[in-house]
Write a protein that binds this ligand. Structure first.
Ligand SMILES: NC(=O)c1ccc[n+]([C@@H]2O[C@H](COP(=O)([O-])OP(=O)(O)OC[C@H]3O[C@@H](n4cnc5c(N)ncnc54)[C@H](O)[C@@H]3O)[C@@H](O)[C@H]2O)c1
Length: 340
């Protein structure tokens, strides 16, 4: 049977563990899998674009497990009462091809993207006494609370400066984060105001356009930029000179060249895959003054890690239920029996 974890089941699991607990477990799982990077059969995702958005399939496998995620990105969806990003995914055994897990991945995508951002920032943002305490959060939609709480739990960020062109999105974020009093939240008057004095700048905007939300005049020495919303051809958030002024870290270079903010630069622009920094085979930040960018687009291995964690927790804690996704009893050669 296939374990089915729907939105209610996943949200129950997250409520039980707490967001910090879940994101910490996910960051540990991501680290384990990124340290095994050469074990995986990697490919850029398959994307089907329209003027309104994109629908993508994201496969990855190692010798034991195959995973894929279905995900969309439609910035206009919220005006029709639908999320910008919606997803589900499957984990299967490589040995037989049997799908062992079918799971919601909309809530999970927000959790895994936040865990990945925090893991990358742990590797390359400033730490120690010149650490990262204040974060600007530009774009206060569905992903925002998860990024805020992952950076709070894993990097010690305790002050947020938040801004969205939609004040109601910021109202929602401020309201939701009021339950976490150790995290001080200030509404900024605009993007430059939010970024000024911040150690980390997280961009989480959704607009299918070549935006330059962060411009070079906003940069300060030592800043780390966690650029999450530029994740599709023709959809960016950073001015190209921001990238040129920084050391840029990516997930899977062939995919990020097409989808990330670095799509604006030529193919010779040097970037470092973050797994190399985690594995110690490439340097991270060079100095306290260096500007670093994590040009996040979302990679299949992150969903593999999330599905692997959900499957383990679901079996251990009885989360979700078993469904007959593929025919169970009876002769495997007599498929016709199901029609009688
Ligand atoms: N890199 C990844 O792994 C990953 C994962 C999930 C989502 N994303 C991307 O992150 C972005 C945010 O996703 P979401 O689910 O929160 O979307 P959302 O639609 O819920 O929220 C986006 C917010 O950005 C705001 N915004 C748009 N333009 C802005 C601007 N110029 N300045 C300030 N705010 C602006 C909107 O008003 C909205 O509130 C999307 O672009 C999505 O595709 C990336």
């Amino acid at each position: 049977m296939t374990r089915f974890v729907d939105v209610q089941a996943l949200s129950g699991l997250v409520r039980q563990m707490g967001i910090a607990g879940f994101v910490t477990a996910l960051a540990d799982t991501l680290r384990e899998d990124f340290l095994r990077w050469p074990d995986f059969d990697l490919s850029a995702r398959l994307a089907s674009h329209t003027a309104l958005g994109v629908i993508e399939l994201m496969p990855v496998s190692d010798a034991k497990r195959f995973a894929f995620k279905y995900v969309n990105g439609h910035p206009g969806n919220t005006a029709h009462g639908l999320p910008t990003v919606m997803a589900f995914g499957v984990l299967a055994e490589v040995e037989t091809g049997y799908p062992v897990l079918l799971s919601e991945l909309t809530l999970t995508t927000a959790l895994r993207t936040a865990a990945m951002s925090a893991l990358a920032a742990q590797a390359v943002a400033r730490s120690g006494s010149k650490g990262s305490r204040r974060m600007a959060l530009i774009g206060n939609g569905a992903q925002a609370e998860f990024q805020a709480l992952a950076f709070h739990a894993l990097l010690g960020v305790d002050e947020l400066r938040v801004y969205d062109i939609d004040p109601q999105a910021t109202d929602k974020l401020v309201h939701n984060l009021a339950a976490f009093p150790a995290l001080r939240v200030h509404r900024a008057a605009g993007i430059a105001d939010a970024v000024r004095g911040s150690d980390i700048v997280t961009t989480l905007t959704a607009a299918k356009t070549r935006a330059a939300i962060i411009t070079p005049d906003m940069l300060a020495p030592g800043m780390h930029l966690n650029a999450v919303g530029g994740d599709c051809p023709g959809k960016t958030e950073l001015h190209p000179d921001v990238l040129r002024a920084a050391r840029v870290f990516v997930e899977y270079e062939p995919q990020t060249r097409v989808e990330g903010d670095i799509q604006q630069l030529d193919a010779g622009f040097a970037v470092t895959e973050i797994w190399r920094v985690l594995a110690g085979s490439a340097p991270g930040r060079g100095s306290d003054a260096e500007i670093t960018v994590f040009d996040s687009v979302g990679f299949a291995l992150e969903d593999y890690s999330a599905l692997r964690l959900i499957h383990r927790l679901a079996l251990e804690q009885g989360v979700g239920r078993d469904i007959e996704l593929v025919p169970a009893a009876g002769s495997p050669k007599d498929l016709f029996r199901l029609t009688r």
